[in-house]
Design a protein around this ligand. Structure first.
Ligand code: BES
Ligand code: ZN
Length: 866
């Protein structure tokens, strides 16, 4: 074999190898001379020895040092070690200055300093700062930053960085400059710079101690009117964090900038959050109700990081869940308080089951605090984020909100200004809330979703609950110990339909029994209420018990869950095949129809919750129920049930659509509920009576004065074989021409549709003039929707897998981070029936064989092959 074609062995970083920094950088000054194609940077670092080492390592990535000064003098006492710069330093404190030049326009990775629509902006988390200048680019090196920015005023009238603006000046030849100073020491990943032709929506907020804070949301001219919802969310977040967590903002200025080319949703840079436009811009004509909620949630999330992430940051990237899991919990609690508690909880659980459960049962499974990585960008996962939030939520459930708050206060007080660990957080909750979390810590180290069974036995007026748990093996973790699993439960009396109070039981051994006296007949078990633990539960309930709970459980999540479980059990039996005789199938369908009819008719339900209850379990969650799933059979069974239900409930659904259509647009819960119902009714009708559904959808589309109704109707039409489909797609495109975020929806709806020709449509759209591999939003709109659409991705001939693999290979050299995110769908092959599994594997093999693959994509693809 030709030696030069052997890829270098990937370097693996281990959590156990952590060493404190050898040198600290208490202060840094950055001087930028801006240009789209060339930006010059001079970084001046005050460094202080923190070990016996006489060599200072400054990380770099794709940059070159043009000049190095040590204590003000040109120096030759430096050398490169791979991408890093090493400087020999004899003393305990020195000043190092390094000059670099970078080309933002050529930066397609969107990490470091890059150009987007004529503006310049940065993204440094996790390791992007080293693409701007040489630095100890690790989160436990905290520095006070002073930033001088100079550039042509015509191109960059607005110059922003972290902290406060301490001076501006006008120079010769149309140049101008600004100086920013951030008084709070921070790690390099929180540095940000933005320069461009931007306008601000300005507002103010007065903090609990009476300090007035200037708030700005910076956007391109013309977009100001679409920032009001984000601004309201920001003010609500600031108030909520004071009231609920006692956390006050700590600068006089808070800037948010919206950019259209961004790898992620948003970034919490100190005092200068940078957002993907899709999480800032909204008006009724272009944003759906879900978009409005997404904006409020992300604005809150990034704001909350000011304490959980910035004031207390992470020691190393293995501790990522310390800031992300905690901040996701904080944004979830905020959204629960601002809207519907129960609907928000259901949505969060749906995300967990739809993305985190599959991750936890696949080749990329990892604990919320990983033990090793090749590329940290690959660990911004549903496990670190969403399971991380669930783990902290369990602590809160066990101690209650007041004691949890005391624990959080202790955590913030103990570690303010520090780079902390997950262990520090657990210790603070233990001490502050007064609970022993020794065994609970397993949630940080063991991967895999615990499987819990619950069975009720009844004898002599006593109900005995037997609980078992088992944590499945995951890569690198063949055997597991029992976890601490808090389960909220209630036992319903069959005769009265009531229970005598909820209890919390904690399952912390492989098997446990709990006795409940005082039941003349076996009670109906309602367990894991509110989804108190992120486990896969087999509660062994009969269909009639599930119907009982679906009609009356007073815990809204448990009521939803009973209905979901009723449908899951039915569809799993249907797909498993042969298990259902015609009579069983009819009985199962009838039970579901009865439960849904009751939901439609129940006057006590609000429409937001009613709409939620009418959504059938998703294909991803259904697939998880099988050792080896057949995606085509799952889709057929689920669509078959929808068609049957749509037929059985046609009149009720049409009436529902009519009633909901009469409610005028507003952002009230009532009006949002109507819109959710309206489209959900169409979804069920479309499977049963497509011509009627197409007509109703077309009139909903035509009458729509808001994006929720318009997108809902168009989504339904996209799945139908009707001339109205092309007509309304065309009308939508014309109406919203040039609106990037809406055109994203136009791509996404077609790629996600159940239309029989969806695959061909995706292929054609990839060649559309408005498709661009360089814009992550557009790439996700088309290809993530396609990869999540079983009808496209899981085509029996493997062409869907080939299409995603081609995308990964084409995108990898341009934007490795985004390319690597498309590997996971192919990585599910072990859980798919053998014919398709072989085709998926073959594509993964084709990917890893590609010379020059990024470490992002290599790590995901090689681990997926396993
Ligand atoms: N710190 C992250 C942004 C980030 C993620 C930077 C990965 C670099 C790599 C930010 O706080 C975040 O978590 N954003 C989320 C949205 C949030 C509401 C979960 C995102 O961008 O998806
Ligand atoms: Zn975050």
């Amino acid at each position: 074999m030709d030696i030069s074609s052997t890829p270098p062995a990937p370097k693996v970083i281990h959590r156990a190898d952590y060493q404190p920094p050898e040198w600290l950088v208490p202060e840094v000054t950055l001087a930028f001379n801006l240009g789209i194609e060339q930006t010059r940077v001079v970084a001046t670092l005050k460094v202080r020895r923190n070990s016996s080492s006489q060599v200072l390592r400054l990380n770099g990535d794709g940059i070159a040092a043009e000049k190095v000064l040590v204590d003000g003098q040109p120096s030759n006492a430096w050398r490169m070690d791979g991408a890093d710069l090493l400087v020999d330093l004899p003393g305990d404190a020195h000043e190092i200055a390094v000059a670099t030049a970078i080309n933002p326009k050529a930066n397609t990775q969107l990490m470091g300093l890059y150009a987007s629509n004529g503006m310049l902006c940065t993204q440094c988390e996790a390791e992007g700062f080293r693409r701007i200048t040489f630095f100890p680019d690790r989160p436990d090196v905290l520095s006070v930053y002073t930033v001088h920015i100079e550039g042509p005023k015509a191109l960059f009238p607005v110059l922003l960085s972290n902290g406060n603006c301490t001076g501006t000046s006008e120079g010769a030849d149309g140049m101008h400059s600004a100086t920013w100073r951030d008084p709070w020491p921070k790690p390099s990943y929180l540095f940000a710079l933005v320069a461009g032709d931007l306008v601000a929506n300005h507002d103010t907020f007065t903090t609990m101690s009476g300090r007035k804070v200037d708030l700005n949301i910076w956007v391109r001219e013309g977009d100001q009117d679409r920032t009001h919802h984000a601004m309201q969310a920001l003010k609500d977040s600031m108030k909520w964090d004071e009231e609920v967590f006692g956390r006050e903002y700590d600068l006089n200025l808070f800037n948010i900038v919206a950019v259209s080319d961004f790898n992620m949703g948003a970034m919490e840079n100190k005092g200068l959050n940078v957002f993907n436009t899709r999480y800032i811009l909204a008006d009724p004509d272009t944003a759906t109700d879900a978009d409005y909620d997404g904006i409020a949630g992300v604005v809150a999330h990034e704001y909350f990081h000011n304490w959980s992430g910035n004031r207390v940051t992470c020691r190393d990237w293995f501790q990522l869940s310390l800031k992300e899991g905690f901040t996701v919990l904080r944004d979830q609690l905020f959204s629960q308080d601002m809207g519907s508690q129960s609907v928000k909880r259901i949505e969060d659980v749906r995300v967990l089951r739809g993305s985190q459960f599959p991750e936890d049962s696949g080749p990329l499974a990892h604990p919320i605090r990983p033990d090793s990585y090749q590329e940290i960008s690959n660990f911004y996962t549903a496990t670190v984020y969403n399971k991380g939030a669930e783990v902290i939520r369990m602590m809160r459930t066990m101690v209650g909100p007041e004691r949890f708050r005391t624990g959080c206060d202790l955590y913030f007080n103990r570690h303010d200004g520090e780079a902390a660990t997950c262990e520090d957080f657990v210790k603070a909750i233990e001490a502050g809330a007064g609970i022993d979390l020794a065994q609970f810590r397993l949630w940080y180290s063991q991967a895999g979703t615990p499987r819990v069974t619950a069975r009720i036995a009844h004898e002599d007026n006593v109900a005995t609950l037997t609980l078992t748990q088992e944590v499945p093996a995951t890569p690198g973790q063949p055997s597991k110990q029992p976890m601490v699993i808090p389960l909220r439960l209630a036992l319903f009396d069959r005769a009265s339909g009531k229970h005598s109070g909820e209890q919390l039981v904690v399952l912390d051994r492989a098997e446990m029994q709990f006795a409940f006296p005082g039941f003349a007949q076996a009670p109906v078990l309602s367990i894991n209420r509110g989804f108190s633990a992120p486990v896969a539960l087999d509660a062994g309930q009969s269909a009639s018990d599930l119907v009982f709970l679906a009609a009356r459980d007073d815990d809204p999540f448990a009521r939803y869950e009973a209905l979901q479980q009723l449908v899951v059990q039915h569809l799993v039996a249907e797909v498993a095949g042969g298990m259902l005789c015609e009579g069983d199938r009819e009985a199962g369908r009838d039970a579901i129809r009865g439960a849904l009819a009751a939901v439609i008719a129940d006057p006590a339900l609000d429409d937001l919750m009613r709409g939620e209850l009418l959504i059938l379990p998703g294909e991803a969650y259904l697939s998880e129920q099988f050792e080896k799933a057949d995606p085509a059979a799952i889709r057929a069974a689920r669509e078959g049930l929808k068609a049957w239900l749509g037929t059985a409930l046609t009149d009720q659904l049409v009436a529902l659509h009519e009633r909901a259509s009469a409610v005028p647009y507003s952002l009230s819960a009532l009006a949002r509920g109507s819109r959710k119902l309206k489209t959900q009714a169409l979804v069920l009708l479309a499977a049963a009576v497509p011509e009627l559904a197409a007509r109703l959808a077309a009139s909903q589309f035509d009458a729509a004065d808001n994006m929720t109704d318009r997108q809902g109707a168009l989504g339904v039409l996209c799945g139908l074989d009707t001339p109205l489909r092309a007509e309304k797609l065309g009308a939508f495109h014309t109406r919203h021409a040039g609106e990037a975020l809406v055109i994203d929806k136009w791509f996404g709806l077609q790629a996600g549709s159940f239309h029989p020709k969806a695959f061909e449509q995706v292929k054609a759209l990839a060649g559309h003039a408005e498709f661009a591999l360089t814009n992550p939003n557009r790439v996700r709109a088309l290809f993530m929707s396609a990869a999540m659409n079983a009808g496209v991705f899981h085509r029996a001939d493997g062409a869907g897998y080939g299409m995603i693999a081609d995308l990964i290979l084409a995108l990898d050299p341009l934007n490795a981070q985004t390319a690597a995110r498309f590997v996971a769908p192919l990585g599910r092959w072990r859980r798919i029936e053998p014919g398709r599994a072989a085709l998926m594997r073959a594509e993964l093999e084709r990917i890893v064989a590609q010379p020059g693959l990024s470490k992002d994509t290599f790590e995901q693809a090689s681990k997926s092959l396993g």
